[in-house]
Design a protein around this ligand. Structure first.
Ligand SMILES: [Zn+2]
Length: 301
């Protein structure tokens, strides 16, 4: 596939016209067809999506495991999502290649998670975290090795006795015929990352863009930079959807979502947007089209 050289400014400008509704939905394959690889990317297509990102429900996908701690659905032949219920619908993803598989996140507390995911694939399974919050790293103890990101203030989950490896920005997990690339996306936390599957036009994004409820634990300006870089990456690599850390079928992250969040954050930073007061250490919430941006006045910098 040829790559077009356009400047970041041009890309953001094109994004702006997309997000403003200039070409909403026209070239965007539905999430279902992206997951089934039934919709190859249009060479000139802009990855985008309208306000309604997906009409899918989790029930639209085959239920493959139901236990006390987690329910797994099969998104396609090589991709499964498990949802826990101890926090809010916290998601783990199993991605399978021809020679190995990668489990992304481990939920809050899922007994025998290693044995559950081994039912879906006969390939060796490695583990990587989108970030180390308790609802994503909780069951990492089921595994004797995992990958995380090094960042200021970020520690290995308490009590973990196995081997830890650290992911650099741009690290590639080659699963055999399927590659996931790590993309740093700080904002929600310092260690937040995305896993990008360019060939399949999809990413797995943890809480980096919030699953419609973004909790901004870092400086707002950090997130503005992350959102801008992510938009450029999604445009360059034609990433249509990113499956979030609390996935319910309807709330995959899109360029429109990232663009809207970037604008909200920039507006907050500029003093042009002010959220409603909230009873939390994140003491304000700005709501736009059903998406909540939770932030602290102390972090407006
Ligand atoms: Zn989190």
């Amino acid at each position: 596939m040829k790559t077009k050289n356009i400047s970041r400014r041009q890309a953001i400008k094109r994004m702006a016209s997309v997000a403003a509704g200039a070409a909403v939905c026209g070239q965007v394959p539905a999430l279902a067809s992206v997951l089934s690889a039934a919709s190859p990317a249009d060479e000139d297509g802009i990855p985008q999506a309208g306000p309604t990102v997906s009409t899918l429900q989790m029930e639209d996908f085959p239920l493959v495991y139901e236990g006390p701690d987690v329910v797994f659905h099969k998104l396609n032949d090589h991709l499964w999502v498990g949802n826990g219920h101890l926090m809010y619908n916290e998601s783990v993803y199993l991605v399978e290649g021809e020679k190995s598989a990668l489990l992304i996140d481990t939920g809050t507390r899922i007994a025998d998670l290693d044995k559950i995911v081994a039912q879906f694939t006969d390939k060796p399974i490695d583990v990587a975290l989108t970030h180390t919050h308790g609802d994503h790293a909780g069951s990492v103890g089921c595994f004797d090795h995992f990958w995380m990101t090094q960042a200021e203030g970020i520690r290995v989950p308490r009590g973990y006795n196995g081997k830890v490896s650290y992911m650099e920005n741009g690290k590639k997990f080659d699963l055999g015929g399927r590659t996931l690339e790590v993309f740093y996306a700080p904002g929600h936390t310092a260690d937040s990352v995305l896993f990008i599957d360019e060939a399949n036009h999809i990413g797995i994004s943890g809480d980096a863009f919030g699953s419609t409820n973004l909790l901004m634990n870092m400086d707002v300006s950090v997130f503005v930079k992350t959102a801008r870089e992510t938009l450029q990456m999604m445009y360059d690599k034609k990433i249509y959807y990113m499956l979030p850390g609390h996935f319910d079928g309807t709330n995959a992250e899109t360029t429109k979502r990232v663009y809207d969040l970037m604008n909200i954050a920039q507006g907050v930073l500029d003093g042009k947007l002010v959220g409603e007061p909230a009873q939390s250490n994140l003491n304000r919430i700005y709501t736009y089209q059903g998406v909540r941006f939770n932030y602290s006045d102390k972090r407006i910098r």
